[in-house]
Design a protein around this ligand. Structure first.
Ligand SMILES: [Zn+2]
Length: 76
């Protein structure tokens, strides 16, 4: 497993560039979409849908989830 992000000063995942964040966003959406299909519907699922730069200069996905915390632990 590759880790293409670090923890930002604000506590979220910092993908360090907008391109990097877009790639991570695509992976997250693909993963959530498959999960949604398995459940029969994508409605109601909260998925990351955009990239934003925070006050500390980090690049984040707008929606942080429990999964992101699990990823953080794995990537230490
Ligand atoms: Zn940040």
């Amino acid at each position: 497993m590759t880790c293409d992000w670090k923890t930002c000063k604000c506590g979220k995942r910092d993908f360090m560039s907008s391109r990097n964040a877009e790639k991570a966003l695509g992976r997250a959406q693909a993963k959530r979409s498959r999960r949604g299909d398995a459940a029969g519907s994508r409605r109601g699922l909260k998925i990351e849908h955009r990239v934003h730069a925070c006050d500390f200069g980090g690049f984040h996905l707008t929606s942080e989830s429990r999964a992101s915390f699990e990823n953080r632990a794995v990537c230490k």
